[in-house]
Design a protein around this ligand. Structure first.
Ligand code: PRP
Length: 187
């Protein structure tokens, strides 16, 4: 099987800019959940790089003596909407998370909120598991594409209506390992 051809890309959000903002998000989340147990709920696959850096940023927000802390647990769900194209299709829940989510504080970690349909389906699913609280942290928000209203509690960056890749986001499963967010250039 041959690999899909790569397109040239231009940087929209640099690696240092991403990391600085994630540090700020980590500090804010640490303050908001101090001395609580928090389940970070990663949405596979796009959130993996953001999830890992955010989890470390929350840890690093502690003081040296660790007199204040946030106990983190990792859980994952998988949903899929873009099927190897740049246009969203029907959202499907592929893997729904464990019973551990019941009666817990949950922070959904998303790479991007676009139409809002993935988040809506996920929140509906989570309500069936009876969590204590559910909030959302998304690295990227593209409000111009919203089809259903959703509340995003922590937003890394608001971006314009352009197809972005990198730092977890793909085009036909490529580009996920770029350490920055990029726009694909037409060729
Ligand atoms: C992408 C992204 C979000 C969702 C956002 O996932 O990771 O989960 O789309 O789009 P929406 O707001 O329009 O629903 P995708 O379905 O491409 O799967 P992936 O995470 O495996 O790339």
């Amino acid at each position: 099987m041959s690999a899909t051809k790569s397109f040239p890309e231009s940087v929209l959000i640099s690696e240092s800019c991403l990391q600085n903002r994630i540090r700020e998000l980590g500090a804010q989340i640490f303050t908001d959940y101090e001395n609580k147990e928090l389940v970070l709920l990663g949405v596979l696959r796009g959130s993996v790089l953001f999830f890992a850096d955010l989890a470390r940023a929350i840890f690093k927000a502690q003081d040296e003596n660790r007199t204040r802390e946030v106990l983190l647990r990792f859980e994952f769900v998988q949903l899929m909407s873009y099927q190897d194209s740049t246009r969203p299709s029907t959202v499907k829940l592929i893997r729904g998370g464990s019973d551990y989510l019941t009666e817990r504080h949950i922070l959904i970690v998303e790479d991007i909120v676009d139409t809002g349909r993935t988040l809506t389906l996920l929140c509906e699913h989570l309500q069936t598991l009876n969590p204590k609280t559910v909030k959302v942290c998304a690295l990227l928000d593209k409000p111009s594409q919203r089809q259903v209203p959703v509340v995003v509690d922590y937003i890394g960056f608001e971006i314009p209506d352009t197809f972005v890749v990198g730092y977890g986001l793909d085009y036909a499963q490529q580009y996920r390992n770029l350490p920055y967010i990029a726009v694909l250039e037409p060729i």
